[in-house]
Design a protein around this ligand. Structure first.
Ligand code: GLU
Length: 301
């Protein structure tokens, strides 16, 4: 079946695949296969200090054992920094980015008054360096001007969003003080270059979407469709992660792992003995589920 659909799974190699990250892998793979599309695998190792050596190989092997093979070579963000530089220069030449000298502390301190100062632990940038650096202050990071733009978008899960970036995050960082490219920029450059049409990922990333759409618009990239899924929560109610006890699933029986993911997506479990048996049945289930319904407004515009 030929289709223009391109999907991807984009794990950060900060540890082995666990039940939480598996859900994003499973759902993105199911959605790509149900649409007769391509499925890419991108290792988001742009943040060197957080990368765990060997975790990338581990993730690739675990996915293969579960029957998830990417269509095309695996991509490593650490090999693509020249592309991020290019996109950054494009934005800089147009006056959309500026250097910022503020420390995290200064930004936090500037926000001791007023409601809704922070979202998800991140301080809203007050625009201190927007009109130039104070004399003698060295630039630390680079930020993009969000202006007064409202970003409207509809998730394939039916939720409509209307985000005024100036009041929700402020001008955000594209290149950090330590020189590392920000996730927001890298993800947009990569998804555009690989012509990704559908992004299926955990809903902890819902609030990053408006920032990514802004960058797509500035870089002249097409807007993909988005489907955000409920993330698996740990017992403490936080997103399941290595920090709160998520175990690697590499050694678990594949069908058990796959069915647990399917169950989390509300699709029950299928009878199968091997991944080869599992996939066609699971794809059929996904195809007939509410996850495949696309609300009218979700099409890119
Ligand atoms: N690398 C991100 C993560 O592991 C996911 C990025 C994305 O899917 O856009 O949380």
């Amino acid at each position: 079946m030929q289709s223009g659909y391109v999907g991807r799974f984009a794990p950060s190699p900060t540890g082995a695949l666990h039940a939480g990250s598996l859900v994003a892998a499973l759902a993105s793979h199911l959605d790509a296969r149900a649409h007769g599309g391509r499925w890419l695998l991108r290792i988001e190792d742009v943040d060197g200090p957080r990368t765990v050596p060997g975790a990338d190989r581990d993730i690739i092997e675990t996915l293969a054992r579960l029957g998830m093979q990417p269509d095309g070579p695996v991509l490593w963000q650490s090999e693509r920094t020249a592309r991020y530089e290019q996109a950054f220069e494009f934005l800089r030449e147009r006056g959309w980015v500026y250097p910022c000298a503020c420390t995290r502390r200064e930004i936090a301190d500037s926000q001791t008054q007023g409601p809704n100062r922070v979202r998800s632990g991140e301080a809203i940038y007050p625009g201190t360096c927007r009109d130039g650096l104070a004399a003698g202050r060295p630039p630390r990071a680079w930020r993009v001007r969000v202006g007064d733009r409202r970003i409207e978008w509809t998730d394939r899960n039916g939720r409509h969003h209307d985000d005024h970036l100036a009041s929700s995050v402020g001008d955000f960082v594209l290149r950090r003080a330590d020189g590392v490219w920000a996730y927001q920029l890298a993800v947009v450059v990569d998804d555009a270059e690989h012509e990704v049409t559908d992004i299926v990922r955990g809903d902890d990333l819902t609030e990053s979407t408006a920032r990514q759409i802004l960058l797509q618009e500035r870089l002249g990239a097409r807007r993909p469709r988005y489907l955000h899924l409920p993330v698996l929560l740990a017992e403490d109610g936080r997103k399941l992660s290595k920090q709160n006890g998520a175990r690697p699933i590499a050694g678990d029986p594949p069908i058990q792992v796959l069915n647990a993911g399917l169950q989390h997506l509300g699709l029950g479990h299928v009878t199968a003995h091997t991944p080869r048996e599992f996939w066609p049945r699971a794809i059929e289930r996904w195809r007939n589920s509410h996850w495949m319904r696309t609300p009218e407004r979700s099409a890119g515009h």
